[in-house]
Ligand binder design. Sequence first.
Ligand code: F6P
Ligand code: MG
Length: 472
Amino acid sequence: FDTKTPKSVTNDPTSFASDSVRMRWPIILTGAVDDVYKTVSATEDAEKQAEGKKIIEQLGALKYEMLHDRQMTPLVEDGFSDETAAYNKELEQLGNPTWFQVPWLFSECYMYRRINTFFTTTRHWKSYDLFARQKIDSFRTSRNAVAELAARYEDIVTKIRADKNITHDSEAEKILFMEMCEVCLWGNATDLSLLTTMTYEDIQRLQGSEARKAAEKNILVNKLPQAYDLLNKARAAGKKERRVDFVLDNSGFELYVDLVLAGYLLNTGLATHIVLRPKSIPWFVSDVMPADFAALLSALANPKKFFEAPTEEETVAEKTPAPLSEKEAQSLSFVFQDWATQHGEGQLAIRPNRYWTAGGSFWRLPHEAPELYEDLKQAELVIFKGDLNYRKLTGDASWDPTTPFTEALGSMGAGSGVNVMSLRTCKADVVVDLPAGKDEELRALEGGGGDSGARKWAWSGKWAVVSLSEGK
Ligand code: F6P
Ligand code: MG
């Protein structure tokens, strides 16, 4: 079911895959050890401590195997035998590869699924999320952008409510739709698996509204007008239930901006229902799990308590954050009320599926997850957030960059019955849907890769693509 176009592999020295396995993942594993160590130190339960120490050893061993290019070992069965068997079958089909000689997409998924087995095979750590600390801390650090957007959201929603049934200006609505989608897009520039090379200050700089305006020219493909027309037409046709799905990516700030867009769609009636699709295990450091959604809502339920508490870094530096202003706290409460009501009324639902943490590309989705596929077909539009989802959609393959998006999606593209939109800041080698000559132009920029053979411009989240495939 996979594409015949060659996949990105860790032995290609010009790829970001090669960088990842040698530099980034070992750092992520070191961070994982630190996190578990902290929790072990804070526990009094001897059995939990002993299990925690074993997890630390396993994380260390995994890092060693990786750094020394050892063979990737089969996953142990941990209660989801179909899943582990599928990973192990793929290892076998790949000829039991070593870390530096393996398709990038599969090996990265394998790493997170393997880490998960260290926890799920214990008694006390089964549902422990080793990335939770970082996720919640990064949301705290986004507080300026969060407050700024809350005020904007309150303003827009209040106007929509006042205007209901008076004027229906679809040009204005379209412009706001594009703004909300762009907010949602750039929220993806800040995932934590790239944080190994970014400071919190860098992240804050990326999040403000001025930064967003300046970044508009960095959207290389922009199909937002077409996406708007699609939703607008379904509404005009009088269709009763019109669902938009979000295949989520990162928690914290990115989830917050996903909800900003979701709330906008519901308030305008561009959608009547939203389905959020999270991961079921800790994944690519910052990806959303159901508990992260709950944590975000509870932070907003009591914004002063949450945003005025120090982050770990501030605790160490003995700093306390400034209090929220009354206006900020009030806008945040408005946002919370709106989303809590939508959630309570079933318009905003969260629907997990373990398929999102399988090791393959979405070319396999219709075949491997037929029920999920049928469910996705029911939506007017399925928004895939972020880089990993884009890699999974396109098979993480070395396409000619001018290949049409629909073609690069294989069985999820033309004729699939699913309208797929990707909101992705580029953080990997694969890219499609570009106008002819664009890739060459970007490579020629400073730091773009030049004639090294590496597509370096596409690694840092500075550039973005918004592609649409009308599969219905
Ligand atoms: O490129 C770095 C990286 O960690 C990739 O390995 C992965 O595809 C991506 O970032 C995760 O980003 P996102 O959270 O946008 O899916
Ligand atoms: Mg992610």
